[in-house]
Design a protein around this ligand. Sequence first.
Ligand code: KIV
Length: 263
Amino acid sequence: MRITLTTLQKMAQEGSRIAMLTCYDASFAAVLEEAGVDSLLVGDSLGNVLQGHESTLPVTLRDMVYHTQCVARGSKRAFIVGDMSFGSFQVSPEETLRNAVELMAAGAHMVKIEGGRPMLETIEFLTDRGIPVCGHLGLTPQSVHALGGYRVQGRGEDAGQLLLREAKQLEQAGAGMIVLEAIPAALAREVTAAITVPTIGIGAGVECSGQVLVLHDMLDIFPGKKARFVKNFMRDAGSVQGAIAAYVREVKAKTFPGPEHSY
Ligand code: KIV
């Protein structure tokens, strides 16, 4: 049976961890589901790991629609989240809605939008029209130039309080789930306790409702320097399937991420 947003929200309320990974094609969708991954994120990180760009900024809505279709064709069970590409949701509400509809028609069950307070009206506009929205706070890679690089966010009292406030506002605006990227574990714990929708952490400590990693990072097939929060699950696994199963096991057992993967 298909995992839905209600399933994920129930898991979060019961304290059973959500295992999410990025996924960009049909073959991996089947492999990830077989290993027990609950949710597939068709992330615009495909700009880095598939297309070889230095950032996610050049990724187009067409790219996202194409890869969402590929993932949807290979998926039977997982909840599919599709990233809205840079520029596809900073337009008029009507155009944003058209773009989100394209992603949903391609097979996404929810769209993800990066950003805090400036995105509240957009989130409300989409959710009012029946499109589930996942927020994304902390390190938002589409803002890499505005942030001055890929840096940990939410450090210090003021920045932490701002992020906490934005998480609450996102939930009020209708966000059904929130990704927290590269923020202190203590702040992620506070955010998770303060809102009722699931939080999905990436570099946000073990106390989030679930975890996500970029598939190519955790399989160690993406060259270059890795963020502190990335664990190489291939190192001790005999196969890709084994590595993904180990990730699911460790997320569910709350042994990943450890302190060495957290801030
Ligand atoms: O695009 C992506 O892979 C993401 C994750 C880093 C959360 O947004």
